[in-house]
Design a protein around this ligand. Sequence first.
Ligand SMILES: NC(=O)c1ccc[n+]([C@@H]2O[C@H](COP(=O)([O-])OP(=O)(O)OC[C@H]3O[C@@H](n4cnc5c(N)ncnc54)[C@H](OP(=O)(O)O)[C@@H]3O)[C@@H](O)[C@H]2O)c1
Length: 298
Amino acid sequence: MGMFAITGITGQVGGEVARNLLAAHRTVRGVVRDVSKCKAWAERGCQLVSADINDAAALTDAFKDVDGAFILVPPNFDPSPDFSEARTLAAKLSSVLVAARPRKVVYLSTIGAQATRSNLLAQHTIIEQALRKLPVAITFLRPAWFMENFAWDVAPAKNGAIQSFLQPLDKPKPMVATSDIGRLAAELLQETWNGHRVIELEGPHRVTPTEVATTFANLLGRPVRVEAVPRETWEALFKSQGMKNPEPRIQMLDGFNEGWIEFEGKEVGSRKGKVGLETVLRTLIERDSAMKAVSSAN
Ligand SMILES: NC(=O)c1ccc[n+]([C@@H]2O[C@H](COP(=O)([O-])OP(=O)(O)OC[C@H]3O[C@@H](n4cnc5c(N)ncnc54)[C@H](OP(=O)(O)O)[C@@H]3O)[C@@H](O)[C@H]2O)c1
């Protein structure tokens, strides 16, 4: 039975991909930056190899002799205005795949990778366009907004109010749980296909910021309001938080709010996951409480 090389295994989606493959009794090679931090994965039976995503030679070795490779590029919320980091990575990943020739690849892209207007997600557009030139079987998996992004809102929700850049507050947005992404990516890796395909994924139903606040309120047993962060304050706010180039992030938020960041096949064409908002928020609240308990014990 073949081997599957998984990048980002210490993160949200890559970890889920590996868990699902191991559960299906597949052999997993975790491609990590620091093998010493991955003891738990070794104990689960993963082979571990060291490769930074920017190290083409190490990545080529990691992707050799595998049935499938799962490629996750680390998030970059503050890219250079010309997206030079993504362009460099696109060229490196192309040379890696040509040299290593994994039998198939699942590339974790994003909703809106087909958008023609510039925004933060253009980083995935650039990489998709480069990989499309390769004679390798590639699935571009385009998930919606991760529900786990609400991890940042757990503490504010406990204080009674969350802030939203997604607006208007009653407009449903495509969102998905990372467990659904990992499950689907593992399934796709075990399929056989030719050439390139795009698969778009969102959760069971679209979610409004108001629903996020109500769900937090129900789970926490206290009122939680949601406030829209005024659009004209975003640039100064993001700069005050240390961002050098907030424009792509603002353009991405505009894209979601104005609706031009959407699936290529719209809502009707996307696959639907099983995991709903309540399940994800419950887990995030439990994780936050567990971390607070550990830090107060220390
Ligand atoms: N958040 C969203 O709403 C959303 C929506 C659509 C698509 N996406 C895409 O999903 C991806 C993020 O997925 P995620 O949330 O699962 O990521 P994550 O939890 O932030 O994990 C990032 C992973 O990348 C690894 N990593 C970081 N820098 C690396 C490097 N230089 N070389 C090799 N590995 C490196 C990290 O490993 P270490 O342990 O070594 O740090 C970690 O395993 C991004 O490509 C993002 O654009 C996100």
